[in-house]
Design a binder for this molecule. Structure first.
Ligand SMILES: [Zn+2]
Length: 304
C-alpha cells in the first residue's frame, strides 16, 4: 500500500516553508519561518527538520512517504548537495539529503527550486496533461524548469535549465551570477525596478508602484512595462527554440501582472521565434506561490 502523504520543504533565502501534502496535491498543513540564512548549514537543516515535524503533527509518521526539498540552485540533485547557494552560504558543500534523512528517518529528495515548481505545475497546475513545458518564475531573479518528453530535464548533476542565465544581450548588464547580459539581468522584477529608478530618478520605486502608475496612465511607467514584456518575450522565444514546449508557464511575483504583460510578451515572442514555434501559448502559473512545495511533494510520490 502506498503511503498517502509527503512532506514538502521549500527553502528560500528569506523564507523556509514546509507543507504536508497528499497524493491529490492538496496542502493539509503549512508552516513558514524566516530562514536562518546567516547561520551554519547545520542550523538551517535543523530548522527544516523542525518545520517538517511541525506540519506532520497529528499524523502517523508511518503514513508519510518521504520528504521533498526544493532548494535554491545551483544544487547537485544527484547527491542532494548544495554547492553554490549565494543566499544561504552555510549550506555550501553540505550533503543536505543525507543529513535530513538521518534526522527525519524518511527518504529525502532534493530538487532545484525552478525544476520543483515546473514539476508542481506539470502534475497539478497549468501544465497538467502536457509532456513538454517550460516553467519560468519571474521575481527578484529568474529561474525555471523544463519538462521534456514527459519527464523533468535534469542534465549533469541536475543543473539543467538555468533559464535565467541564458544570454539576452551580449556584453550587457552584469547579472547577479557575475556573467554579463543574462535574461535575469534584464527581465527580472529587480531589473525592472532598477531601470525605473534610474529613468524616473526615484530611488523608492518598486515593481508594484510601476504597475500602479501605469494603470493610472503614466506614460513612462507604461513604456517601462512594455520593455519588460519585450525582454520576457525575447527570452521565451529562445526557450521555445531550445525545448519546443507545448506551453510556457509564467510564475513568480511579476506574474501577478500577467494580464498587463501578456500581449507584449506574445508580440515579442512571435517576432523572435521561427514560424514553427510561433503562437506557443504563454500562461500564468495555476498554483501561485505553492508550485515549488507541491512539486517537491510530487518528487516523493513519483518515486518508483
Ligand atoms: Zn546570470
Amino acid at each position: 500500500v502506498s503511503k498517502p502523504l509527503a512532506i514538502a520543504l521549500d527553502l528560500g533565502g528569506t523564507q523556509a516553508r514546509a507543507a504536508l501534502i497528499n497524493r491529490a496535491g492538496e496542502i493539509l498543513a503549512r508552516k513558514s519561518e524566516n530562514t536562518k540564512a546567516q547561520d551554519s548549514g547545520d542550523v538551517v537543516l535543523a530548522q527544516l527538520a523542525n518545520l517538517a515535524q511541525i506540519v506532520a503533527v497529528g499524523h502517523d509518521w508511518q503514513t508519510i512517504a518521504g520528504v521533498g526539498l526544493s532548494s535554491p540552485g545551483p544544487v547537485d540533485t544527484t547527491t542532494g548537495t548544495a554547492f553554490q547557494l549565494a543566499t544561504i552560504p552555510g549550506l555550501n558543500g553540505l550533503p543536505m539529503q543525507n543529513i535530513l534523512e538521518q534526522s527525519l528517518s524518511l527518504p529525502v529528495r532534493v530538487e532545484n527550486d525552478g525544476t520543483a515548481a515546473a514539476i508542481g505545475e506539470w502534475r497539478f497546475g497549468a501544465g497538467r496533461g502536457h509532456d513538454h513545458l517550460v516553467y519560468v518564475t519571474v521575481s527578484t531573479g529568474i529561474g525555471g524548469g523544463v519538462i521534456c518528453d514527459g519527464s523533468p530535464l535534469r542534465g549533469r548533476r541536475g543543473l539543467a535549465a538555468e533559464v535565467g542565465h541564458l544570454r539576452l544581450v551580449p556584453n550587457g548588464e552584469v547579472c547577479g551570477c557575475g556573467i554579463k547580459g543574462c535574461f535575469e539581468a534584464y527581465a527580472s522584477g529587480t531589473a525592472l525596478a532598477k531601470r525605473a529608478r534610474k529613468r524616473m530618478n526615484n530611488t523608492a520605486l518598486d515593481t508594484e508602484m510601476i504597475f500602479a502608475a501605469a494603470k493610472n496612465g503614466d506614460a513612462a511607467a507604461n513604456t517601462l512595462i512594455d520593455e519588460e514584456a519585450a525582454f520576457l518575450g525575447q527570452g521565451f522565444a529562445t526557450l521555445l527554440h531550445l525545448y519546443s514546449p507545448d506551453l510556457i508557464i509564467m510564475g513568480g511575483g511579476v506574474s501577478a501582472q500577467f494580464e498587463r504583460l501578456h500581449q507584449g510578451m506574445v508580440r515579442e515572442l512571435n517576432a523572435n521565434a521561427m514560424p514553427a514555434f510561433q503562437n506557443t501559448p504563454i500562461v500564468k502559473a495555476a498554483l501561485g506561490g505553492h508550485s515549488g512545495l507541491i512539486g517537491a511533494a510530487s518528487l516523493i510520490f513519483d518515486l518508483r
